[in-house]
Design a protein around this ligand. Structure first.
Ligand SMILES: *Cc1c(COP(=O)(O)O)cnc(C)c1O
Length: 247
């Protein structure tokens, strides 16, 4: 139900505030990003119209389908899914301002070329695979430093921080080491003092584990289910290779 969306958002905001208080953090440091995969534009618009304007899709196809229907309300589009290089132009066309899932040099180089030719720039977060699961995208932790160093030389890409999904587990305490690892990598990259690289954003935490993420330093939490309700598709559909269900 549509009325529930705003109620759910206020519950999430309270959870974020509570987690900040418990960890001596300023709630203003933590942004709520709405993960809108599978959610129809009309329902997303309820949130946008109420001022919750930071949203993200996982698939370029959905981004394109909803683009026109969401245009009336100014908002900020991030992208949080696995990106194939042949979809780069669509990402730019749909005005994505931050690619949170930059995980490999080939993608960075092709994105850079395209942005150069259009005289544009894009914010990026480096996605790190902190759980060691093969099914998850993201750069391996030990390869992140090399990747960041190389991406930092591509002048159209503005590195703003890191993103991770973390372990998918009902036992939330098992997720904490993933978030702690991301924070740790952030600090190590900051220590490198790379020109043009700022590392202020840590995008981590979802519906089930945002308190732990906030405790470990998240500045962006990505929430879908707890705002829009259960999805029909399993998350593996979005997190694994391939565009078909059941793979
Ligand atoms: C779907 C998704 C989320 C939100 O997950 P919920 O459990 O629905 O809150 C966050 N991050 C990514 C990358 C996602 O694909």
């Amino acid at each position: 139900m549509n009325a529930d969306i705003l109620t759910n958002i206020s519950v999430i905001k309270d959870r974020i505030t509570g987690a900040c208080m418990a960890n001596y953090r300023d709630p203003g440091e933590v942004k709520l990003l709405l993960a809108t995969k599978t959610v129809p534009a009309a329902r997303i618009n309820i949130a946008l119209q109420a001022g919750h304007t930071l949203i993200a899709e996982n698939k370029v196809q959905e981004l394109k389908e909803k683009y026109a229907a969401l245009k009336a309300v100014p908002h900020t589009n991030h992208f949080i899914g696995h990106l194939q290089t042949n979809k780069i132009k669509d990402l730019i066309k749909c005005e994505v301002s931050c690619l949170q899932s930059l995980d490999r040099l080939e993608l960075a180089e092709k994105l850079h070329q395209r942005l150069l030719s259009e005289n544009k720039t894009m914010d990026v977060l480096i996605q790190v695979n902190t759980s060691g699961e093969e099914s998850k995208f993201g750069a391996q932790p030990e390869l992140v430093f090399e990747l960041v160093t190389r991406v930092s030389k591509l002048k159209t890409l503005k590195i703003k921080g890191l993103m991770t999904i973390g372990l998918f587990s009902a036992e939330t305490e098992k997720i904490r080491p993933c978030f702690r690892l991301l924070k740790n990598i952030q600090q190590q990259i900051m220590d490198l003092n790379l020109p043009g690289v700022t590392m202020q954003e840590l995008s981590m935490g979802m519906s089930g584990d945002l308190e732990i993420a906030v405790a470990e330093g998240a500045t962006i939490v990505r929430v879908g289910t707890a705002v829009f309700g259960q999805r029909v598709y399993p998350d593996s559909y979005y997190w694994n290779e391939g565009d078909t269900l059941g793979k």
